[in-house]
Design a protein around this ligand. Structure first.
Ligand code: XLS
Ligand code: NI
Ligand code: NI
Length: 438
């Protein structure tokens, strides 16, 4: 049974191809900066958007035409697995990601829910074996079910906390069973609405306790995935605790968890936090915590997580510039946490969307590699900070300077100080030249 019978396997045909169902820039075998594109980009399909999403929004019902929707319950879950692997293989994407509840429905009891999960996990494992597709990460959905109304790891209700812990435990077992490269925590309900009813200290302490238990259990069962926390400032919660990279890093440092985690950064979450995506990557990179990416893009005219497929070449270039400078993403990858627009309801749109995203990242990778090779921005930045390479600047960065020695210097050099232009517009023009060349 085929769910995408009118689409053949997507191949690289080069920038001059007019075939809409072909890659123009993503050529998995092409070597860029010393390794094949596929190893730089490590793309993943997000199960929840591609297979489970319906195209509904707060004002309207789902629009997506999906052949598998004629099934229900476990039959639907099984049909989705078939559809998922057909999509992933035809897209030539090496990885996928899922939440526990994306792949299997909840039963009447936790036991039944876990049994449903086991059935689908066994089926997925078979498909992974026969196709070579791998699991970039899995996670536990602790935000959809009404029981998580006040949070999961940060709930006021100890029974809910225990339930969440059970879900994380199962998630780690599933990750191990499927050989996941990473395990993600995204705290959709880990935050608060009003301080009037909130013990923030206890909530954060408990969240750290949950992470600690997860670390211990992963060790106990020999699950060696990289743990990732995915920051997001708000939505659904008003004040989400893992606001952005810097806030999450402070949390990890405070609770002594820094060695056990890296960050899974999402472009649209950066936008919601008032940052660029490259800002978030830079902050994580400086701390050695850049783990993985949720690739999408937001809409600056809309104030929520629109999860559009990434097509902005400036953004993908500056993102890959950070990734290359990080020496890659290690066990992480680029997961398309993105959904087709509600008006793009045909099955074929899933292909167009992923192709657009993969090509945008491939072009971004190539452009960033060229920028780095020519040291365009590095040289400009080096020159800009040249004053710290000698004289008083060198005294400052080497730790030799004191307030008194700097005062002496300022008094001795008491003449109008000359600054030099930052040349922003020039650098942006250079970036344009690199994007347009080739
Ligand atoms: C929601 C998040 C979510 C995580 C996984 O905004 O992006 O999809 O990636 O729970
Ligand atoms: Ni995400
Ligand atoms: Ni998101």
């Amino acid at each position: 049974m085929s769910y995408f019978s009118n689409v053949a396997a997507i191949r690289f045909e080069g920038p001059r191809s007019t075939n809409p169902l072909a890659f123009k820039h993503y050529n998995p075998d092409e070597v860029v900066a010393g390794k094949p594109m596929r190893d730089h980009l490590r793309f993943a399909v997000a199960y929840w958007h591609a297979l489970t999403g319906t195209g509904s929004d707060p004002f309207g019902a789902g629009t997506a035409e999906r052949d598998w929707d004629r099934f229900s319950g476990m039959d639907l879950a099984k049909a989705r697995v078939e559809a998922a692997f057909e999509l992933i293989v035809k897209l030539n994407v090496p990885y996928f990601c899922f939440h526990d509840r994306d792949i299997a429905p909840e039963g009447d009891t936790l036991r039944e829910t876990n049994r449903n999960l086991d059935t689908i996990v066994a089926m997925i494992k078979e498909h992974m074996k026969s196709t070579g597709v791998k699991l970039l990460w899995n996670t536990a959905n602790m935000f959809t079910n009404p029981r998580f109304v006040h949070g999961a790891g940060t709930t006021n209700n100890a029974d809910v906390y225990a339930y969440a812990a059970a879900q994380v435990k199962k998630g780690l077992e599933v990750g191990k069973e499927l050989g996941a490269e990473n395990y993600v925590f995204w705290g959709g309900r880990e935050g608060y609405e009003t301080l009037l009813n909130t013990n923030m200290q206890l909530e954060l302490d408990n969240l750290a306790r949950l992470y600690r238990m997860a670390i211990d259990y992963a060790k106990e069962i020999g699950f060696d995935a990289q743990f990732l926390i995915e920051p997001k400032p708000k939505e659904p919660t008003k004040h989400q605790y893992d606001f952005d990279a810097a806030t999450t890093i402070a949390f990890l440092q405070h609770y002594g968890l820094k060695d056990h985690f890296k960050l899974n950064l999402e472009a649209n979450h950066a936008t919601l936090a008032g940052h660029t995506f490259e800002h978030e990557l830079r902050v994580a990179r400086m701390h050695g915590l850049l783990g993985s990416l949720d690739a999408n893009q937001g809409d600056l005219l809309l104030g929520w997580d629109t999860d559009e497929f990434p097509t902005d070449l400036y953004a993908t270039t500056l993102t890959m510039y950070e990734v290359l400078q990080n020496g890659g993403l290690g066990r992480g990858g680029i997961n398309f946490d993105a959904k087709v627009r509600r008006g793009s309801f045909e099955p074929e749109d899933l292909f167009h969307a992923h192709i657009a995203g993969m090509d945008a990242y491939a072009k971004g990778l190539k452009t960033a590699a060229k920028l780095l090779e020519d040291r365009v921005l590095e040289d400009a930045v080096d020159r800009r900070y040249a004053s710290f390479k000698e004289g008083v600047g060198l005294d400052i960065v080497s730790g030799k300077a004191t307030l008194a020695s700097l005062e002496q210097y300022a008094l001795d050099h008491d003449k109008p100080i000359r600054n030099v232009s930052g040349r922003q517009e020039r650098l942006k023009a250079v970036l344009n030249d690199y994007l347009l060349s080739e």
